[in-house]
Design a protein around this ligand. Structure first.
Ligand code: CA
Length: 220
C-alpha cells in the first residue's frame, strides 16, 4: 500500500492555522481562559471547532447534542453556527467548568440556544428518548468519559434523524490506540469503540486525523 499522507509538523501545522483559522474573538478568549484551568487538555482544538461549525452549517442543522461540555467551547462554536431557532442540548456533570461555559454563552449572546443539563449524560439522553425525541436531532458531538463512548453512541444514534451526523472526539487518544503495551481502560474502550464503528452498517463512516482524531458517523 502506498502511504498517501502528510507527516504533520509544527511548521506545517502553523501554516495551516495561518491560512485557514478564523476563530471568533469570543472563542479565543474562552480558549485562553480555559488554558489557565486544570484539565484544559479536554478543550477541543480551534480548527476542529471551525470544522464542526462548517458541518453544522452544511447540514442546516437545528437540533444538536453536546455530550461533554467542559468549559463550553464545543457548545459555543456549534451554537454560533446554528440559526436563531437552533438548539444545543448540552450534557455535563461538572458545575465548576460549566459555570465558565455559561458565562461565555451569555457574552456571545447565544445562551438562548443552549440548554445545559447538569446530570450524567446517559440520564439526560435516556430522558430525551423517553419523551419521544428519537429521530429528531441533526447533529451530536460525543466528547465525555471515554469508557461510556459506546453507550453515548447508541443513544445518540437513536436520537438522530436519518442523515444526521455524530462526531466523536479523541478517537486516536494521543496515539495510544496503536500502543499495544497500553492497557489503560480508556485506551481499551476507545479501541473497542473504533472497532465497533468500523463494523456498524447503520452508519456511513470517516475517521479524520484532525486534532486528537475525529470520527464522523452519518446515520443511514
Ligand atoms: Ca476531547
Amino acid at each position: 500500500m502506498n502511504d498517501k499522507f502528510l507527516q504533520l509538523n509544527s511548521n506545517l501545522f502553523n501554516y495551516i492555522q495561518s491560512v485557514s483559522l478564523r476563530e471568533p474573538e469570543i472563542l479565543t478568549q474562552l480558549r485562553e481562559e480555559t488554558n489557565t484551568l486544570p484539565g484544559s487538555i479536554m478543550q477541543i482544538a480551534p480548527e476542529q471547532g471551525q470544522f464542526m461549525a462548517l458541518l453544522v452549517q452544511l447540514m442546516e442543522a437545528k437540533k444538536t447534542l453536546d455530550i461533554g461540555v467542559f468549559t463550553g467551547y464545543s457548545s459555543l462554536v456549534v451554537a454560533l453556527a446554528l440559526p436563531e431557532d437552533g438548539v444545543v442540548i448540552a450534557c455535563d456533570t461538572d458545575e465548576k467548568a460549566t459555570s465558565v461555559a455559561q458565562r461565555y454563552w451569555k457574552l456571545a449572546q447565544v445562551e438562548n440556544k443552549i440548554q445545559l443539563h447538569l446530570a450524567p449524560a446517559l440520564e439526560t439522553l435516556d430522558k430525551l428518548i423517553e419523551t419521544g425525541q428519537s429521530n429528531s436531532f441533526d447533529f451530536a458531538f460525543i466528547d465525555a468519559d471515554k469508557r461510556n463512548y459506546g453507550n453515548y453512541y447508541e443513544r445518540a444514534l437513536k436520537l438522530l434523524r436519518p442523515g444526521g451526523l455524530i462526531a466523536v472526539d479523541n478517537v486516536l487518544w494521543f496515539g495510544r490506540v496503536v500502543d499495544d503495551s497500553d492497557t489503560d481502560k480508556r485506551t481499551i474502550a476507545i479501541r473497542d469503540f473504533n472497532q465497533k464503528l468500523h463494523q456498524d452498517s447503520r452508519v456511513q463512516l470517516s475517521l479524520l486525523p484532525i486534532a486528537d482524531g475525529l470520527t464522523l458517523a452519518r446515520k443511514n
